[in-house]
Design a protein around this ligand. Structure first.
Ligand SMILES: *Cc1c(COP(=O)(O)O)cnc(C)c1O
Length: 420
């Protein structure tokens, strides 16, 4: 090799890595406030679901502009309960995106329904409303509906970019189907001057360790509908007519099992984190935006593209109507420009001590969905191609600008080495 400096040899080939210490993907940003609140919770004598979970529910619902928030132990539980609360079950079908985490489609299976994938838009990577409508038309025109009648749509706000919800709710109304939003990436996402969580019927958020707002494990469903709130409330904790705080609190209230419910409640120990993570969200979002712009500027001219982001220009001093919450910062590689696959590029970045990751290999290519439903890769060509060429870079408010620079150096080094 005629390489003049050692740093140009990729770490995966024995060269010096771009940085000494591994940069973890999606490391949480927890401060002294969170730590103090957890300690106070431990000392309070009440670590289970109680006053802090209640406070977090109220403050989170207020943040997104919803009437109710039901705190849970995961977003997966929220998606499952939402489908159940809408009465979706065996014999029904639910439309969803293949470019998502497994949980999105798994919950459709959990209620006994069938997932029906529809392709995504190449620019936004969100489910394509036109293709949803085409699927609904096609199924409605068939006398037999294999896999059941479509009862709901389960869109994902990919990476933190809102789906075209006006179009989706119009379609839902026209065809008489429900919508459950997977907002696992979308804490802080704004769509036409409204926060995700206040747009529709049921919205499910994730507070998993690497999400924008974390409670280690946790989730929240927001809704404006008192009937759905009541159903979720009952189902989320054993189907009891009163939750634990009310049962073991200072007042004695008779309780009974109304339905065989689940065990999906969020403990106060987790809510203690959430309360303070929520207070810092706007500041977190600003840092995410600043780092994303550093990435944008550094990658100009490379054979790749990014997901669409709405412009941030401030008009008449008003905040922009749409905001990408930047849970994910993804690169979509132009495959023909590289000698190696996306997986080899991710491996090379990992060797440089950069915690790059993949979100997501299209779900219809995973064994269960492939084998049970016979899906082939090119049934959803946009999601399939994106899933083969996408990679996520670390982007969290806990990173320093020096960390962002390390990622930039490593990406340029690895992509430069593998370009044809
Ligand atoms: C993280 C995630 C989930 C699941 O969230 P949990 O809180 O871990 O259950 C669901 N959907 C998407 C798109 C996710 O990224």
């Amino acid at each position: 090799m005629t390489t003049t400096t050692t740093e140009r040899i990729l770490a995966i080939n024995g060269g010096e890595p771009a940085r000494d210490k591994f940069l973890v993907f999606g490391a949480p940003c927890l401060g002294e406030e969170e730590i103090a609140e957890v300690v106070a919770t431990l000392r309070s004598g009440w670590i289970g679901t109680g006053p802090r979970a209640k406070q977090f529910e109220q403050e989170f619902a207020a943040y997104v502009g919803a009437r109710y928030g039901i705190s849970l132990n995961s977003c997966t539980a929220g998606l499952f309960l939402s489908l159940k609360a809408l009465g979706i079950g065996p014999g029904d079908a639910v439309i969803t995106t293949p470019l998502t985490f497994g949980a999105t489609a798994n919950v459709i299976e959990h209620v006994g329904a069938r997932p029906v994938f529809v392709d995504v838009d190449p620019k936004t990577l969100n489910i394509d409303p036109n293709q949803i409508e085409a699927e609904l038309k096609r199924r409605n025109s068939m006398s037999l509906t294999p896999g059941g009648r479509i009862k709901a749509i389960l869109p994902v706000h990919f990476g933190g970019l809102a789906c075209d919800m006006d179009a989706l709710y119009q379609i839902a109304e026209r065809y008489g189907v429900q919508i459950v939003e997977d907002a696992a990436h979308a804490v802080g996402t704004r769509y036409r001057d409204k926060m995700v969580g206040s747009l529709g019927t049921l919205t499910c958020f994730s507070f998993y360790a690497n999400k924008n707002l974390t409670t280690a494990e946790g989730g929240m469903v927001t809704t404006d509908d008192p009937l759905l709130e009541e159903r979720l409330r009952v189902y989320h904790l054993h189907g009891l007519s009163r939750d634990a705080w009310q049962r073991f609190g200072s007042r004695r209230i008779a309780t009974e099992v109304l339905v065989p419910g689940h065990k999906f409640n969020m403990p106060d120990l987790a809510a203690a984190l959430g309360i303070h993570q929520l207070r810092r969200q706007e500041q977190f979002l600003e840092i995410r935006e600043r780092y994303a712009q550093m990435y944008d500027a550094a990658f100009v001219g490379l054979p790749l593209r990014m997901q669409y982001r709405p412009p941030l220009s401030v008009i008449d001093g008003m905040p922009p109507p749409d905001r990408h919450a930047l849970h994910l910062y993804v690169l979509l590689l132009q495959q023909e420009a590289f000698r190696v696959t996306r997986d080899e590029i991710v491996d090379a970045l990992l060797a440089e001590n950069i915690g790059a990751s993949v979100h997501y290999r299209a779900l219809h290519t995973h064994r269960w969905y492939r084998e049970i439903y016979g899906y082939r890769p090119n049934d959803f060509p946009v999601a399939y191609q994106a899933g083969e060429h996408i990679l996520s870079l670390p982007l969290t408010p806990g990173m320093s600008e020096a960390d962002v620079d390390d990622v930039i150096i490593a990406v340029r080094k690895v992509l430069g080495a593998y370009q044809v």
